[in-house]
Structures are given as C-alpha cells and as structure tokens.
Design a protein around this ligand. Sequence first.
Ligand SMILES: [Zn+2]
Length: 549
Amino acid sequence: MSVRCLLLLLLVPFSFVSFSQKLKKADKATLTNLQAHVRFLASDKLEGRRAGTNGEKLAREYISAQFQSAGLQPKGTQTWYQPFEINEGKQVNPTTRLLINDHDLKLDTDFFPLIISANKSSEAAVSMSLAERNVPWFVDLKDILEENKENPHFDLPEALRTKANAVAEKGASALILFNSSSIPDSLRFNGKEKVETVSIPVLYVTSSASKKYLSDHEATLDVKLKTDIGDKKRLGHNVVGYIDNGANTTVVLGAHYDHLGYGEDGNSMFRTGEKQIHNGADDNASGTAALIELARMLKTNKSPQSNFLFVAFSGEELGLNGSKFFADNPTVDLKQVSYMINMDMVGRLNDSSKALTIGGIGTSPTFGDMFKVKERKPYFNIKIDSSGTGPSDHTSFYRKDIPVLFFFTGLHTDYHKPSDDFEKVNYGGQLQIVKYIATLIANVKSQNKLAFTKTRETQTTTSARFSVSMGIMPDYTFSGIGVRVDGVSDNRPAQKAGLKTGDVIVQLGDFNTSSVETYMQALSKFKKGDKTKVKYKRGTEVTEVEVQF
Ligand SMILES: [Zn+2]
C-alpha cells in the first residue's frame, strides 16, 4: 500500500493468532501454499522487493513460475512480464567533464553541474578577471552571499538562474561558479528538482578544488568542459497471467508485489536512518500469495462466466506506477473487463474482530446488491467503503471507469517498517479471504460487463499536516514540470475553481509548484478561508483562476 495516502485509515491493533479449525484437504493445501509464498517473498534474500532491483527480479521470477504451474498463459508484453519505466528525475552522466589547465577535475568531489545547466561543451583560454564573449565566465559567489547574509527571502538557486541568463545574454559560453567566502552556499546537484534549464552550462567548483585551481584571479586558464545531464530511470515489471475461458468478459485480479527495499525511496515509516530490509510480508506478499492461490482455484473452476487476468503489479509503493502503466497499456481489451479485484495487505486479519475492509462497493450497482444480502453466518465483520479510489492499485482501474473491489485487513504498527515480517501474518485469515473472494466471483452470474458508477473521491493528501487542501489527487508518476491532477473531489476548492483531471498546476499564489513536494510546501502556507490565485496548464493553454480554501 502506498504511503502517501494512508492517513484516513485507522490503526487497527493486530494480535497473534492460532488458527486451529479443522480444515479440509484442499484448504490445507492452500494454507500451506500461502505460507510458502509469503515466506519466500518476504525473505531477506529479496531485500524488500524494491521496484527495479534484483529483489524485484527474484520475486517476479517466482510469481511467473507459480502462474505457470497454475496453468496460466503468459499475458505480458515480454512473455509473463510487462516492463515499464520509473522516472527518477535527472542524473549527471559520467561524460560530464571539466578540465582546467589539463587537470581533469573529479565529478562530485571537485565540481558538479547545477540542475539548471544546459548540455553543451566549451573550450577556451580564459582570463578569469575578463568577461569576454564566447568563453566561460567565472563568478565568485562571495559578493552575492555577503550581500544577502541577512535577507531571509534570499533564494540562491533563483539568483543563480538570473545570473546565468544575464551572462549568457552578454555572450558567456558557460558559467563556472565557486565560493571563496566562508558563508556556506549548500549548492548540490538535486536530480529530483524539476526546473527549466538555462541556455549555457552552469558548473560549480567545490571549495577545495577552487583553492587548487582558481586561486590566481589574474591567471589565464585553459578550460575545457562538457555537461551531460540525462534522465534517471529504472525499470519495473508487472507480471501478467491469463485464463482464457472463451467468455465475452474478463475479470482482472491484482495485487502489488513490490515493497520498499531498504527504504531508499523515502517511503519508510522507520526513521532512524539505519539501513534495514523492509520485508513487506503483509504489504504486500500477502496479497501476492492470495493472487497466486486464486489463480490456482479459478483455473479449476468448472462453470466460469468470464476469463481471468492476474496481474502482480510493481512500482505501487512509488505511486501506483505499475497499475497505472497497465491501465494505460493494457494487454487485454479494457472494454471487455467486467470488474477488477485488488488485494493489498490482506495478511493481518484480527481473529477476534475479524474486521475486513472492502472498498469500491459504490463502483457498481451489482456490488451494492451483493453486499446487501447478509450471510447467515458471516465469517468476517465487513466494513464497507463505497469509494473507488484509495491508496492502492484499484484506483488505476476505477479511473478507466471499471468497477473495482479492494480487500484490506487494516493498518498496523509494523506498516512500512522492517518489522512487517512473515511470522506476523495470519494465514488462516488469509485463507478465508481467498475463499471468500472465490465465492464472490462465482456469485457474479452475469455474462456481461458490470455497470459502472462513479463514487466520491477518497481524500488522499496528507491533510493532517495541512490546514487546507485543494481537493485534488496529484499524479505521482508525472515527470513533467508542475502537478498533474489525477482526480478532482466534488465541492472542493479545485473543482469550484474549474480545475479538471489532466490539468497541470504550476503556481499557487506566489509559489512555483514544479513538483508534488513544492506544491505541498506551498499549500502549507495557507489557512482556511484564504483566497489565492492558482495557475494551471490545460494542454498548452495557461489559465489563472482564484481559489478559496
Ligand atoms: Zn505499502
């Protein structure tokens, strides 16, 4: 489950449970399998199954082998797999060079480009004290830092952008910065920052290197430089298997199998800074194990009404990347998908409360009818949530107007911590959930697609930390500049101001909102009742409207 959206969910304490009911032979086999799957997926060998890592690879090989032994057909784009790119911002490629008098400066320790830098090369003999056309210009940050020492509004990166544009205008082929003062500038290359680039390379020479190579301001230097900043990407893989029953419609079953690795992506709740494996037994080896066992059960289903597609998603913990990619690039016709079932964190059923949350009930009238019928002896204490959106992969299908159901046994104190381990999973409870889902599927008798209904949006920003919100769901996978709107809540400021899904918010009041992070920072500056201007792009058109929080 994705960390960004959990705040509305309440903490449910877990308890260790012993599952000692008499089980049928088939159930026993399923129980043993569930345990084996979680034991493997949540083992240290997989190093927390972070998307794009070797741990993810071991996990997907396991899942595809399980799909194969269950008798599924591969339905990815590369047999079982559907690779997709995860954008991680920018990186400095190693061809980036700076030579001063034939000294090859070391990237990172001696120099680095700033994120605003253009990708170009330049070669010239330069007198540091002269500002000539078509050569790199050297600028000491000393003066600007001293001038602004007492200025709380001083924004050095912004000042450097202005400076770079100004020297480029005057003919500089590059801008080389250094800081001879004792005032720290804390400049670094931040690849996550989303900014527009300037027209020339902008390099920063560290203080130790500048003492070595730039101390004589009267000298003529032979400068050769090349900047190469590129996209930083890693590859995630969905695992996709199919049961073709020759039916008109297909039911999609999904669970994400990726988790946090060592917490490198900043989504861990374990904040000591210590490097530890996040095994993710409940989140979401439990759902993945349930997915595999449902594949096995549905393959032997005698009277199927539909085909079944099983997708183990990756990249969920980064912002539903895998399911979003699948929904945009489906390997079956989405028009024939009747509904989607998502399982995320189904391993912590509390044996005394037996609380099971089912989300998405409002996304089809059929679901409404299904859950109206009270079983005579319900195993679970079902908590119904009508919304089709939430902190997991079903949201990506709901956004394609597909009815969804989301199964979840509740949050706990091990959520997104290294202690979410194999031995804390309630396998007996998980077995009951798997059986229950199989029964629900069997009870949907219609051979046609289920009717879809829109529901309210679950408020998914971390509203606890902010006194105001716009009522939008940001698209965390968007790699452009700004905040792309993935959903708009009814009767909230964004909707009232006319914003729609697909709009890209670029400014809020005086604040640039180039990324979700800067947008959040901007929001924290407002309080309820405040009015401000929001600037957004729709296609190429830029519009400014007033919002009131
Ligand atoms: Zn999670």
